[in-house]
Structure formats: C-alpha cells, structure tokens
Design a protein around this ligand. Sequence first.
Ligand SMILES: [Fe+2]
Ligand SMILES: [Fe+2]
Length: 205
Amino acid sequence: MSISIDNLIETIRKEAEKHYSDDPSHDWLHAERVCRMCMRICEKEGGDPKVLVAAALLHDVGVRYELEQGVDHSEKSVEIAEEILPRIGFPKDKISMVLEAISMHRFRKGVRAVSIESRILQDADRLDAMGAIGVARTFSHGGRRGIPMYSSSRDTGSTVDHFYEKLLKLKNSLNTETARRIAEERHAFMEMFLSRFLKEIEGEA
Ligand SMILES: [Fe+2]
Ligand SMILES: [Fe+2]
C-alpha cells in the first residue's frame, strides 16, 4: 500500500515540526507554504508530488542547528531526512531524489539544480522570499537579529539593503516558467512596498 499525499504530510509533520526553528522566517509555517507552492508549480511543470512534499517539508529542518552549532543547514536537513524517511515507510526508490532536492535548495550555494524536483523546490523557496510574505519574513528575520530596518548612510547592511542585495534579484534566478509568472506580481509588490516605505521614512507620504 502506498502512502497518500495527505498521510505523508501528516506523518512528516509529526516527525519534523519539533526540529523546526521558532524563527518566523524559517519555521514550520515556511515549510508548509513552500510545500503548497511546490504542488502548485508541479501541476504545471511535472515532477513527482511525493518527492516534492517530502523535500519541501524537510528542506529547512536543519536551520535550528545552523543557528545553534554553525553547521550548514541544507546538509543537516539531508541528514535528518535520511533518518526520518526510511522509518516512515517513504518509497525507498524515491529517497535519493528527496535528498538531492534538499541538498540543492540553498540560494548561497549558487548551484543550478538538475532534477525537476530540485528546480521546483528552489523556485518555491525563492518565491516565499518575495511578495508580502517576503516583506514580512525579512523584517521578522532582521528584527530578531537586531538589524536596523533601514540606514541613513545606505551602507550598513540594513533590512532595506537586503531587498536590493538579494530579494529584488530573485525573479531572475528562477528555474521554471510557472514560477517566473508567479514572481512577477510578487516582485512588483516588493517594489511598491519599498517606494512607499522610503517615502514614509522621509515624511513624504
Ligand atoms: Fe534553506
Ligand atoms: Fe526555505
């Protein structure tokens, strides 16, 4: 008997939720959003839905250990997934596909994903850094680390700088046509937010 998608989500939640960081920018809710977006992209682009569900729900399970121990979180997530998946009866022949997608998801690695599941997970993870969710996550992340929202000198690594250094470049880093389409509106929203935010800072709006 093969496990249904709903059962798979519930089973992984029971195993993975406890590992997730309580940092709102990388918590279990982020994993759930990335999972939903993977399913949406998968409907148009193909790929194995079960591989995507498992990879999405487990991709950032190692973040807490990166924060606590300085290990690379994608490698730690692979390690945890490798332990969980065989134990919950996940199809053995698909485990390596899940691990590959998790290992490739990280933006900073700058590697181009090859398998369709890796490409979709990268896209879904990047889309979650864009739009209104992206704005909320970025300020939440910055606030937790004591980073100023903006700087008067434009050179101190403020949260606003992070938009220009990373988030506004994301739309050009996507793998699939479906994600590129979804990204357009999210990108436009961030630009609109920033222009309004900068005006309010100056007291002009
Ligand atoms: Fe990550
Ligand atoms: Fe992520």
